[in-house]
Design a binder for this molecule. Sequence first.
Ligand code: IMP
Length: 438
Amino acid sequence: MARPNIAVLGAQWGDEGKGKIVDMLTPHFSAVARYQGGHNAGHTVYVGGQKFVLHLIPSGILHPGVMCLIGNGVVIDPQALFKEVDELARLGVDVDGRLLISEKAHIILPYHRELDVLSEARRGERKIGTTSRGIGPAYEDKIGRRGIRVCDVLGDRHALADEVRENVSARNRIIKDSTLDWQPVFDQLVTYGERMRTWVTDVSLYLHRAMQDGRNVMFEGAQATLLDIDHGTYPFVTSSNASVGGICTGLGVPPRAIGGVLGVAKAYTTRVGEGPMPTELNGALADQLRESGQEYGASTGRPRRCGWYDAVVVRYSARINGLDAIALTKLDVLDGLPEVKLCTGYKTASGVLHEFPADLRLIANAEPVYETMAGWSSPTKGMTTFEQLPIEAQRYIRRLEEVSGADCAIISTGSDRRDTIVKRASAVESWLGAAATT
Ligand code: IMP
């Protein structure tokens, strides 16, 4: 029987370490496909001590022979794409013949970045804290039905010229005193199109045929469930569906193509940008987590907000995505803490909440309800079996599983591929066979 197609996606606010998990699972798949977001994502992967930071290209690219696909749900900044391709080539990774881009993906135009910055400035105190990459404005044009797609760039030049002219004049109306000329934008797009041409295909059809041939696919999420435009902490979210629903629309695959869902969650919580984060810590403990977890944005270098593990958040993600299992990352960052805490609810003026609310005002001043557990003094770093872990760490994980509503099938104990535990008889073993645990 063919192995199932699996989704790997973020269960918190992003930066959970999806890159490493995707990277270690990739040898078990024939293709890895991104379904949403853009180069706002930053996936850091360490291979043999070498650091790779990927933004747009699936982390699967580091494995020769694996096809990497960028779906129609992704927004592409061609300049960022070429930069990444060139950087990979410099490090000895050739993408030609292995990278495919959907002809339906929308293009991020240079002025989308400007609009992103402008819109943040206009929001003032209520700013989102975006990555300033033009992601939101590109999706706005897509939903506003005036976006420019990859196939438009490769198609009829007259039609493209009309579209660019219209878009640039719309943008000039938004930005006061702006007189951007459409011609250089058009010329640049044509040049970009030529460089992309050989990578462009019907990604949905490619996946359909691959799956019919019994080849299995990994669906790689970017950002995370709490940053999802519909299910996240709106408006402090990204502009795409990062949760499981985005796979069908963002790649053109049916729901039954998704054979399993793995949610990636850190053993604590982090977030970049603005918006609520009930378990956020301040002071020495937050600094310690930030330093020992190297919690600085892979895309923007911004320091991440740090706090205890929030089981309300992960349980919510488990429900939205139908998580079959969790990949718990960065357990080693908690090594040496005298005690560790899990948040199981939010104490508000109107009682304790156990489900994540839609109205963020309800949790604006909420106090987390914590369970406090003993920490562990001996290191977990680099451990490869559950039984090796200090008993306190085992207890922490077991309790975390109970309150989050999903099994931790994978536990990451360091940044290297090898620093990983795959639990026996877990969902991951059933998807990939015993090979996953060896
Ligand atoms: P945008 O995606 O640049 O529009 O930013 C919207 C929100 O999503 C901001 O809070 C960003 O910090 C956050 N965000 C976007 N991409 C990532 C990511 O890859 N990891 C974590 N946060 C992200």
